[in-house]
Design a protein around this ligand. Sequence first.
Ligand code: HEC
Ligand code: HEC
Length: 343
Amino acid sequence: MRRLALLTVTALALLAACDDGAPQPTPQIRPLWIEDPTGPAPEWLSQTGLYADLSAGTPAAGVLPFTPQYKLWSGGADKGRLLYLPPGTKVRTDTAFWQFPVGTVLSKDFSYPDVEGRDGAVVIETRLEWLTPQGWRYAQYHWNAQGTEARKYPDRWGDVPLELLPTDPQADPFVHTLPSELGCDGCHGAPGNKAVLGIDPYNLPPELVAAGIFDPPVAPIELPARTPEEAAAMGYIVANCGHCHHGRKGVGENASYSLLPHGLVANTVNQDTDSSASGDGVRVIPGDPEGSAIYQAVVKARDADYAGQLKPMPPLGIDRVDPEAERILRAWIESIEGLEDNP
Ligand code: HEC
Ligand code: HEC
């Protein structure tokens, strides 16, 4: 993890407005918003009822912190996630997509280490996802510089780049982009997919299993991997690619093939890309990472001197290459040289 300090915020008046005027702690009004989240999300994050102490990050009673087994990489940010289920309800697991009860509220915050390297010290934004009788709703909160309160963006906000400066003077500054509301749908509301992305049979947060929230109870699916490196690649791809490459129609012809664990080998090893929009190539050539389209799309396609036609993957949500992706994909492709294609 690179050490970062928050340097500047782009000159949007909107953000300036978020940075000052942190309110005095608001007395909680009952019922708390999370107890009846049918209206719009409240103006301030402290008013949602998700936290007992917002600046300390302490969740309220009944709110469960969780960490997916496999995580989406977002430019190196640390993330904290919370789940609230209405009292007495459970997540139904006997349906194709697991069914969350109406009134479910989920949150995810994004933070970076401070100049002294303390993880999670500089909190930037918190995202909310909740289920109403009319469907899933989204909101996003931007934190003040003191990390004591966060304010909701107005509806239909735009993408907002924040420039972050690494404390390592040799490293380039980079940008953490607050996505537009439409950006939530790009991943969470995509046709042919479910809205909750970090909780499913391939990606089961252990704390939630222990909390007994699933009905019927579930255990994680075992990965059909031939090598430990292949297992690592399957996990990485579940969290970073599976919300688009899930094998059902939805995101677009070229992305509709499955990269989920049970399709990964069959759909990639010695398989040509679908070249109508991306470049020609073979998705995975065992023993040859550089020659494999998957590796090129994830690791090379963001380079200024990349000469191929493949689009950078994932196409949304990051501006630079994940060093772990480089390592994991290379190790996988090298580890399967000479193996049978079908596990
Ligand atoms: C680039 C794709 C992408 C975009 C854009 C995106 N998300 Fe997510 N989000 C994910 C993935 C994948 C997960 C699960 C993995 C994880 O949390 O590491 C997730 C997790 C979450 C969670 C935790 C619950 C869950 O679904 O697992 C919340 C809450 C959330 N996102 C809210 C939002 C909101 C609100 C927006 C828009 C402001 C948004 N996200 C934009 C991909 C995205
Ligand atoms: C937000 C949705 C999304 C995510 C996440 C995503 N992709 Fe894609 N991917 C697409 C789309 C759309 C295309 C088709 C692009 C085009 O050619 O126009 C595509 C195309 C590709 C292609 C080239 C086309 C082919 O036939 O193989 C590869 C390789 C690929 N993705 C790999 C990945 C990998 C690996 C990841 C995860 C690290 C990933 N993608 C994450 C949407 C996504």
